[in-house]
Design a binder for this molecule. Structure first.
Ligand code: C2E
Ligand code: MG
Ligand code: MG
Ligand code: MG
Length: 288
């Protein structure tokens, strides 16, 4: 961009956009390459989900991680939206399911059997409809994993995606559990809770962050827990970082905690030692 044109700030602005587009193109190219090389640099972190009252492990959420060619970690908040926009997410999702199955097999060989595995699905993956169900079933079959061991997390907005309802029905029909992720942060009607026989609601971290002091958040969280109990839907609190938050959630009947307090997302080998240590000390998270 010519400097002489930069008088009104317009050029400056478009230069910023240029940088962003350039950055995105770069990430897209790197990601494409990683996928071509059997997912080089890609791995999966597992975050414990624990029973609020016993603090025993009830599940893990699989969260994608990526170290690019230069060894730099690129956050999912950055690369997932790009994968979504470019359609690479479909391939990435296929890679993910296979890697999860490999990780489960390795953990099993190590004597660790995980309870439920929660996997995130983005709107684009739902839009592809039957493909996603086929991809998932194929991976599980190849590794001999059971359908009822898996749960898929979708946001309220994903339910509004084209083909979203059909894809979710297909997943339900195949026997997978569904969780609504980031509950309260999107736009949707509550009708879907009934329509899709949702198994769990995950209360978005933004409502948990200021507990127990923020009165409005306390009211919202309490109401969501009440509603979930009445509907027979499990309720998970996301982003739990303090004992004070956990205590509030426990007192109000929240079933499951997920957050840095009870465990960070970690690679499978770390998860194994984490669970073993918990079992030895008899404190914090322990395997089922
Ligand atoms: P999400 O599914 O809502 O995942 C929860 C996010 O909160 C994760 O961020 C997790 O690391 C973070 N988190 C967990 N506990 C705490 C806590 O106590 N405090 C704070 N501050 N953060 C906490 P992450 O791993 O960066 O993932 C961000 C988002 O990227 C996810 O949000 C999900 O929407 C998306 N994502 C991650 N992995 C995948 C994937 O494999 N497929 C798809 N489609 N999306 C994914
Ligand atoms: Mg999630
Ligand atoms: Mg979430
Ligand atoms: Mg999220």
């Amino acid at each position: 961009v010519a400097k002489s044109e930069g008088k009104n700030g317009y050029q400056f602005f478009s230069e910023e956009i240029n940088d962003k587009v350039h950055g995105e193109l770069h990430i897209e190219a790197d990601l494409r390459k990683a996928l071509r090389q059997q997912g080089r640099g890609l791995w999966v972190a597992y975050q414990p989900q624990v029973d609020t009252h016993t603090r025993r492990l009830v599940g893990v959420e699989a969260l994608m991680r990526w170290n690019n060619e230069n060894g730099q970690a690129v956050s999912p908040g950055e690369f997932i939206p790009i994968a979504e926009k470019t359609g690479l997410i479909t391939e990435l999702g296929g890679w993910l399911l296979n890697r999860i199955c490999e990780d489960l097999a390795a953990l099993r060989a190590d004597g660790i059997e995980l309870p439920k595995i929660s996997v995130n699905l983005s709107p684009r993956e739902l839009r592809e409809g039957k493909t996603i169900v086929d991809v998932v079933l194929q991976a599980l079959k190849r590794f001999g994993e059971k359908v009822d061991h898996f749960q898929f997390e979708v946001t309220e907005n994903a339910l509004l995606a084209d083909n979203g309802p059909e894809a979710l029905n297909a997943l339900r029909q195949a026997g997978f559990a569904l969780a609504i992720d980031d509950f309260g942060s999107g736009y949707s009607s509550l009708g879907y809770l009934k329509r899709f026989q949702v198994s769990a609601l995950k209360i978005d971290r933004q409502f948990i962050e200021r507990l127990p002091d923020d009165e409005e958040d306390a009211v919202i969280v309490t109401a969501v827990i009440q509603m979930s109990i009445a509907l027979g839907v499990k309720v998970v609190a996301e982003g739990v970082e303090t004992e004070a938050q956990a205590e509030f959630l426990s007192r109000h009947g929240c079933d499951v905690l997920q957050g840095y307090l009870t465990g960070r997302p970690m690679p499978p080998n770390e998860l194994a030692s984490f669970l073993r240590a918990a079992e030895r000390t008899g404190r914090a998270v322990s395997p089922p």
